[in-house]
Write a protein that binds this ligand. Structure first.
Ligand code: G3H
Ligand code: 13P
Ligand code: ZN
Length: 309
């Protein structure tokens, strides 16, 4: 099975009322944990690579690891650039074999976002690659995104039809209250499903993407804190909200922080319980197993894409 684009995956997901998991990958153990989980439950996958991941692990290493995962699992896998911030970066990923890219022009004014996104779409479509864009701005701080709470903004449904029509994008990320990282809500979690409903009404059949969708699993936060970490108040998106979004127009749900947290919590526990160990295989094995368990849970209990590969 060669790498696939997101096109067919999204069509089936939209019609079937489920979502595809888009998991961020940075190294071999993360790729193995995710793909082994998906194989066990026969799920299609999007593996996404940020500019930071590409800088950390190198484009070729990541591509070859993903190729190895396809040989091992036989699953339909889409390799996607997460939060591309320039035409050059998107072009480099397309030329280097990615089957999908995100151009994130959400911090630009509307007209500029359209102009820059369209430039990427023209190049990508010519090579058979799908493109995700973003309207509205999520809060959160990671390598690829750094938007303060006051600069975040919900997506305006009045803008979506014109944006999609003029850019020709294949999917659209919208801001309805999720944010990147492990600290998503100060009070009770709340998502603007009214905005999602209105976007869905205006763009019938069109795939919507949810970024910042980690649930920040409390068991892992507790484990980090028990073994020397300090993450008080970490809070993510409740799973029932994600299930609701997946049953609507949301076809792609982005998860990175949960993977980081599962890996870090497991390694902290292992090191605390085995202070004399220093073979990386000893602490990376349970970390990889934790990622596998987490991803299997997401696929079966949240995304609903098990059995859909
Ligand atoms: O949304 C951003 C992703 O979680 C990637 O984060 O840029 O730190 O690799 P990163
Ligand atoms: P989380 O930080 O919630 O995992 O979101 C990841 C993401 O949106 C990657 O683009
Ligand atoms: Zn994101």
């Amino acid at each position: 099975m060669p790498l696939v684009t997101s096109k067919e995956m999204f069509k089936k997901a939209y019609d079937g009322g489920y979502a595809i998991g888009a998991f961020n990958v940075n190294n071999m153990e993360i790729i193995q944990g995710i793909t082994e989980a998906a194989k066990e439950v026969n799920a299609p996958l999007i593996l996404q690579v940020s500019a930071g991941a590409r800088k950390y692990a190198n484009h070729t290493y990541l591509m070859k690891l993903i190729e190895a995962a396809i040989i091992e699992t036989g699953l339909p896998i889409c390799v996607h650039l997460d939060h591309g911030d320039s035409f050059e970066l998107c072009k480099s990923c397309i030329d280097g074999g990615f089957t999908s890219v995100m151009f994130d022009g959400s911090h630009h004014p509307f007209e500029e976002n359209i102009k820059l996104t369209k430039q990427v779409v023209d190049y990508a479509h010519d090579k058979g690659v799908t493109v995700e864009a973003e309207l509205g701005r999520l809060a959160g701080i990671e390598d690829a995104v750094n938007v303060s709470e006051k600069d975040s903004a919900f997506t305006d449904p009045n803008e979506v039809e014109e944006f999609v029509k003029r850019t020709g994008v294949d999917s659209l990320a919208i801001a309805i209250g999720t944010s990147h990282g492990a600290f998503k809500f100060k009070g009770e979690p709340k998502l603007r499903f009214d905005i999602l409903e209105e976007v869905q009404r205006r763009l019938p059949g069109f795939p919507i993407v949810l970024h910042g969708a980690s649930s920040v699993i409390p068991e892992y936060v507790d484990m980090v804190n028990k073994y020397g970490g300090n993450m008080p108040g970490a809070k993510g998106v409740p799973e029932e909200m994600l299930r609701k979004a997946a049953s609507m127009a949301v076809c792609k749900i982005n998860i990175d922080s949960d993977l980081r947290l599962a890996m870090t919590a497991t390694i902290r526990k292992y090191m605390a319980e085995n202070p004399s160990h220093f073979d990386p295989r000893q602490y990376l094995s349970p970390a990889r197993a934790a990622i596998k368990e987490l991803v299997k849970n997401k696929i079966v209990n949240v995304l609903g894409c098990n059995g859909k590969a």
